[in-house]
Design a protein around this ligand. Structure first.
Ligand SMILES: Cc1cc2nc3c(=O)[nH]c(=O)nc-3n(C[C@H](O)[C@H](O)[C@H](O)COP(=O)(O)O)c2cc1C
Ligand SMILES: C=C(O[C@@H]1CC(C(=O)O)=C[C@@H](OP(=O)(O)O)[C@H]1O)C(=O)O
Length: 388
């Protein structure tokens, strides 16, 4: 499986093309739209999210609710485009007055300056349009297709906000997957404690008032992955490595942890590794899950626990110093609009990029052109390892 996305933030539309989904898998527009709606929610988003109503049009690869085995293409329209036709439309530069006003002031922390240097764009709009996290809507659409595949194989993937600006959601390891799913859909914060959620929202409001931004930590929790998915034989087939790469590719993500993560450096081996046990009904299992469901680049059969850290949003109302690329003069950055915190939205993005990597690993390990055959193969494999 692989996918590509195309589209500028204020252009006409975002496009996703996904290859490698087997034929005859049930897939509805609704499955994708639910994920897109979730990505638009969360405290701390700017005015743009009030303009957009993200919905995916399935434009190929699906007929009457079932995949065809051909590439699946999805389109999400940018409702904001109508306000940007002069700037993002097709009028030639010479006749377009607005185009003469170029973006020459790079924002620290964004892709503006490096992108301009690399591609030779003196108008940094040519960089920011594509480096914008608007693209994550297209990635969530691809991930929603992957999540649908996983759901039909009995695998659930959920993303939660764990921490915002140092305020931590309460651990509740006794929550069932149904509860976790419900919580992440009702509120993307992984806690039933309304106080903590309120504290997080207050911190976001305070940052906004101060003209500043804040980041946080997201956890993705996966149940139902059989043991032995991924591989140890090559660096680029290690599933934890692939997941880490795709999480790090989300805009503003600066780190990834599995299970105990960095905490493992401060513990002894006996406090880190998970003892192996066996019972007649379920086969092998671990008494603990400190390594977050991975050993040797493969799943252990325990729930996968992956954390990602998102830095604070770079566009700030409070000025940060930068240099105008035309005048070479320093200036204090000021902006029109931005999110002040997008951690809840990013939890949905992370959930979906992890789902894509899992679905990709499964379809690689069990290559079938027909979805029912993949389902059968997974059932057989689960039975094989249970009896091993
Ligand atoms: C869901 C989401 C929304 C974001 N919203 C904004 C925003 O409104 N303003 C902004 O400057 N950056 C925003 N970002 C972060 C930038 O896109 C990101 O920092 C930028 O592309 C530079 O990439 P890097 O931080 O990974 O180096 C957002 C990121 C995500 C995941
Ligand atoms: C559009 C989205 O996020 C955008 C990501 C983003 C950035 O710089 O990354 C900047 C903002 O865009 P704008 O300048 O149009 O307000 C966010 O709104 C989205 O998540 O769909």
């Amino acid at each position: 499986m692989r996918y590509l996305t195309a589209g500028e933030s204020h252009g006409k539309q975002l496009t996703t093309i996904i290859e490698g989904i087997p034929a005859n898998m049930p897939l509805l527009q609704e499955d994708i739209n639910q994920s897109l709606i979730r990505r638009q929610q969360g405290h701390g988003r700017g005015k743009r999210m009030q303009i957009e109503k993200d919905m995916a049009d399935i434009t190929s690869g699906v007929r009457h609710g079932y995949t065809l085995g051909s590439p699946i293409s999805l389109v999400i329209h940018n409702d904001d485009f109508k306000h940007w036709i002069d700037i993002m439309g097709e009028d030639p530069i010479e006749t377009n007055k607005k185009l003469r006003r170029t973006v020459s002031r790079p924002r620290p922390g964004h892709a503006d300056l490096n992108g301009a240097l690399k591609y030779g764009h003196r108008d940094m709009r040519n960089v920011l349009e594509r480096s914008s996290a608007r693209e994550t809507a297209a990635r969530v659409a691809a991930g929603a297709v992957a999540k649908t595949l996983l759901n039909h194989l009995g695998i659930t993937v959920s993303g939660y906000v764990k921490e915002i600006a140092g305020i931590t959601a309460k651990e509740n390891n006794s929550l069932s997957i149904a509860d976790r799913q419900r919580i992440s859909e009702e509120s993307p914060v992984r806690t039933l404690d309304k106080d903590v959620e309120q504290q997080m929202m207050d911190a976001i409001d305070q940052a906004k008032k101060d003209g500043d931004s804040i980041g946080g930590v997201i956890e993705v929790y996966v149940e139902g992955m059989p043991a032995g998915i991924g591989s140890y034989v090559h660096y680029d087939r290690k599933l934890d490595g692939r997941i880490a790469g795709s999480v790090m590719s989300i805009n503003a993500f600066k780190g990834v942890e599995f299970g105990l993560g960095f905490e493992a450096a401060r513990k002894n081996g006996s406090q880190v590794h998970d003892e192996i046990a066996w019972d007649e009904e379920d086969g092998y299992y671990r008494k603990t899950n400190r390594l977050g469901g991975f050993e040797g680049g493969m799943t252990t059969g325990m729930p996968l626990v992956v954390k990602g850290v998102m830095k604070p949003i770079p566009t700030l109302y409070k000025p940060l110093q930068s240099v105008d690329i035309e005048t070479k003069e320093p200036f204090n950055a000021s902006i029109e609009r931005s999110d002040s915190c997008a951690v809840p939205a990013a939890s949905v993005v992370m959930e979906h990029v992890v789902a894509f990597e899992l679905a990709k690993a499964i379809t690689e390990q069990f290559p079938h052109d027909q979805f029912p055959k993949l389902q059968q193969a997974i059932d057989d494999y689960r039975e094989e390892i249970r009896c091993f």
